[in-house]
Ligand binder design. Structure first.
Ligand SMILES: [Zn+2]
Length: 365
């Protein structure tokens, strides 16, 4: 029943385009583009010698793992809903001493209890049990979930995933495993009581539930670059580096515009683009996942318009996608669509975004 293959859409040439149709012509237009074969970097004006040497070191966005964001977490929760809600959690096997960040209540207190609810808290997944305890899982950048059918599981077996295997959650219906690639183990698991759950929510506005007035009020509540405002978990819930690039492209706004300089019209367009973009991606990821367990939600997405597509043509206007690099990160944008055709000087803007960016990776949430 759970074994249907993911939709064959993955990697094929469909073109998804739609118009928001709410805020006027072109407003909030979201283009989920058809994948094209990888192209070499475009010889554009921001490709200085310095950039080139950095890009040759493999710092381009396409190759970097990215943190699961609202649409990605949503499809993980969809897939978990049918597999583990109403099921008893037999045991949690933890391989890495770094993963579990709490010692009271003990992890063992969750064993033998039924999962009654799943919730997304920003970019975290929270599992509610019938004894009012919650398991709060943050995948950070490289953490990924996998599902093994019951046949593949025995409780004494090693945690699947080799060196990357961090934990296994055993149910009668199968085993949920957590892996984290790389040597930096950042993924975290907390066991908390229901009353302590709020401490694991950064408090950002839920972008898909917000009215335009609420969204604009939060946007203008402090003066950040748009890039930072959208990705700040205290302002907005669940938006990270990838979808903020896509949202800003759909809204035709520069990533470095300051929030308090936005016109009312721009702010309205950003609201529409945010809702449209996140909803379109949830739909696309759901279609691609079908009844299967999501395996590629956070892989490089060839359907994206700008994110991870430095040097490749903008799906709207054909101009090469530009980038600004900062703090081991990169923002991608289209100069023609978003910055009046100006290629933003990489170095000074990097400084601007770096100053506006939290130093610690945990603050991305
Ligand atoms: Zn463009």
């Amino acid at each position: 029943m759970l074994k249907r293959k993911p939709s064959p859409l993955e990697g094929e040439g469909q073109l998804f385009k739609r118009s928001a149709g709410k805020q006027g012509e072109g407003a909030g237009r979201v283009s989920i583009r058809a994948p094209t074969p990888a192209a070499p970097p475009h010889p554009d004006s921001s490709l200085t010698l310095q950039n080139l040497s950095l890009s040759l070191k493999g710092r381009g966005g396409a190759g970097l793992p990215r943190m699961p964001e609202l649409p990605d977490i949503t499809v993980y929760i969809d897939a978990l809903q049918s597999r583990i809600v109403g099921q008893t959690l037999d045991e949690v096997r933890v391989a890495s001493p770094f993963l579990l960040r709490t010692f009271e209540p003990a992890l063992e207190e969750t064993f033998g209890h039924e999962v009654v609810e799943l919730r997304r808290l920003g970019k975290r997944i929270a599992f509610g049990l019938d004894n009012d305890l919650w398991l709060v899982l943050h995948l950070m950048i490289a953490g990924r979930l996998h599902w093994k059918d019951p046949g593949a599981k025995t409780h004494s077996a090693k945690i699947p995933g080799g060196k990357s295997g961090l934990a296994a959650f055993d149910f009668l219906t199968g085993t949920l495993t957590l892996t984290e690639a790389g040597s930096k183990k950042r993924a975290s698991l907390h066991v908390v009581r229901a009353g302590e759950l709020d401490a694991h929510n950064s408090g950002g506005l839920e972008p898909l539930d917000a009215t335009q007035e609420e969204f604009v009020a939060v946007l203008r509540s402090c003066n950040h670059t748009l890039k930072r405002a959208l990705t700040n978990p205290r302002l907005f819930s669940g938006i990270g580096n990838a979808y903020s690039d896509e949202i800003l492209h759909a809204a035709r706004l520069s990533p470095v515009t300051l929030t308090q300089k936005l016109t009312d019209e721009d702010a309205a367009r950003l609201y529409t683009a945010t809702q449209q973009c996140l909803q379109d991606w949830i739909t696309l990821l759901r279609d691609q996942t079908g009844d299967g367990f999501p395996t590629k939600v956070t892989a490089f997405r060839p359907e994206m318009s700008t994110h991870g597509r430095y040097g490749q043509p903008c799906p709207i206007c054909g101009s090469p996608i530009q980038r600004i690099r900062y703090a081991n990160n990169e923002t991608n944008y289209c100069a023609k669509c978003q910055t009046d055709g100006k290629v933003l000087a990489d170095r000074s803007l990097s400084r601007l975004l770096k100053q506006d960016w939290p130093r610690r990776i945990e603050e991305w949430e």
